[in-house]
Ligand binder design. Structure first.
Ligand SMILES: Nc1nc2c(c(=O)[nH]1)N[C@H]1C(S)=C(S)[C@@H](COP(=O)(O)O)O[C@H]1N2
Ligand SMILES: [Mo]
Length: 444
């Protein structure tokens, strides 16, 4: 295969003149190619590669278009709220299990990461984790109370919040329990969705929490706040005041429309980059306090169990992590040739600085291209070309954020934490590619 690409390109003077030799060379073991390969469109190189690998097989041999059935008759009428093509029915939050409590109660559904591209999760596919179901909240009756160590307690209706100046930011939400199966002794069978799908990213719009706290007047004795939801779980979390004043937001909009009921309608707290659990949905109360209140959701749950029976008192930020979504289990390979490996990287500490990809189970690594925009505490799409020779391969990705934090191997994470940590699992995922093209989760 490698000879084939090289010969084709070498026989095309224009491509060769504009693209340097190293642009198409293998840059790491088992066929990883220079990340700029697909960016060299103007050089003619990509079309040469396409012809050489069969990537362009369908478009290169153009035949006259036939007139399809849907071109011969008028299309359907409009709908008030658009839905995806019915051909995309598999792109869903999985099979919804029957509620053990007759339609209510705790549960979660996961975003189908392997079927999505870009950095944004459509609202209908945003993962959901709810500890006691989704309340049906009338926005006219819902109120947000800010009280405790403040000069003057205030209540806000949604209407009142809508009169404030809004800000927007693109931010991921990840459940601290996401990927927890990877602490297990044996590699769990699963897809990007079932293993890592408690993760989504949206553009959130709302009022900076600092604005509302300033309006209430912060007592200098206040160092923390407690945020509480109006659902039947009364989800409560203690949040350091410094974080609240830094970049927390009372979000009213999600990707341009009102926050969905399952994601916190009419308002949710957004705590960028920190445990999903702290992003309290159906937010109705914020109390300023001196100390954390040690609520059930920060002690019995969502705290990080370490080796020797110790627990980290608080571990809020979600460290750098990445996962390859294409190829991945269920999204396999169809014959040897040139492919784009693509996936998601994110860090609760800041921006993704670099993503490296390995096709030989971590023996060698090559840098992936990061798709713009690369934003702090948002999902970042990475891509790298791969020439699959049809042999066995183990694909891995490793994220590095702008604090220098490097996503750990499984070995490193288990050595540091033991295997009962349950939360904050951000170790490197390995996808094994079989000669059949099938992809499966393994421990490398
Ligand atoms: N009020 C309330 N807020 C909540 C929850 C909840 O059950 N009730 N679940 C939390 C958890 S555990 C997570 S991971 C995130 C999930 O957000 P999402 O459902 O919008 O994806 O919301 C958090 N906020
Ligand atoms: Mo969660």
């Amino acid at each position: 295969m490698s000879g084939c690409i090289m010969e084709t390109i070498c026989s095309r003077g224009r491509g060769l003149r504009l693209a340097k030799q190293h642009d198409i060379e293998q840059v790491a073991g088992n066929g990883l190619l220079d990340r700029r390969l697909f960016l060299l469109r103007s050089s003619g190189l990509v079309s040469a590669v396409g012809a050489a690998t069969g990537l362009a097989a369908t478009s290169a041999r153009a035949e006259p278009l036939t007139v399809a059935e849907w071109t011969k008759t008028p299309g359907s009428w409009f709908t008030p709220y658009g839905m995806p093509s019915h051909f995309e029915a598999k792109v869903a939050r999985g099979a919804i299990p029957a509620s053990p409590y007759g339609g209510f109660g705790p549960g979660s559904v996961r975003a189908p990461l392997q079927f999505l591209d870009g950095m944004i999760t459509p609202n209908g596919l945003h993962f959901e984790r709810s500890h006691n179901g989704v309340p049906d909240i009338d926005p006219e009756q819902h109120k947000l109370l800010i009280h405790g160590l403040v000069r003057q307690p205030l209540t806000f209706t949604r209407e009142a919040l809508l009169r404030y100046p809004m800000t927007s930011r693109i931010s991921f939400v990840e459940c601290a329990g996401n990927s927890g199966a990877l602490y297990g002794a044996n590699a769990a069978e699963g897809t990007a969705q079932s293993l890592h799908g408690l993760l989504s990213c949206a553009e959130w719009t709302g009022v900076p929490l600092s604005t509302l706290l300033d309006d209430a007047g912060i007592d200098p004795a206040a160092k923390w706040l407690v945020a509480e939801g109006a659902d039947a779980a009364s989800m409560s979390r203690s949040i350091p005041l410094a974080k609240a004043m830094d970049d927390a937001m009372v979000a009213l909009f999600q990707n341009g429309e009102a926050v969905r009921p399952s994601n916190g309608y009419p308002m949710r707290l957004l705590v960028p980059g920190w445990q999903g659990n702290m992003n309290v949905k159906w937010l109705h109360r914020i109390k300023l306090v001196r100390e954390p209140v040690m609520a059930k959701d920060e002690t019995s749950r969502y705290s990080l169990l370490l080796k020797g029976g110790k627990a980290a008192m608080f571990k809020f930020q979600m460290d750098a992590k990445s996962v390859i979504t294409k190829p991945s289990p269920g999204i396999g390979m169809r014959g040897p040739g040139l492919y784009e490996i693509s996936g998601l990287a994110w860090s609760g500490n800041g921006k993704i600085a670099k993503v490296e990809v390995s096709a030989d189970g971590g023996k060698s690594w090559a840098p992936a291209a990061l798709s713009e925009p690369v934003l702090s505490k948002a999902l970042t799409r990475f891509r790298i070309p791969w020439r699959w020779n049809g042999g066995p391969a183990v694909l891995q990705s490793r994220a590095i954020d702008d604090t220098g934090y490097v996503q750990p191997t499984r070995e490193q994470q288990i050595a540091a934490r033991g295997s009962r940590a349950q939360y904050h699992c951000n170790l490197i995922t390995s996808w094994q590619v079989a000669e059949s093209g099938e992809v499966k989760h393994v421990y490398a």
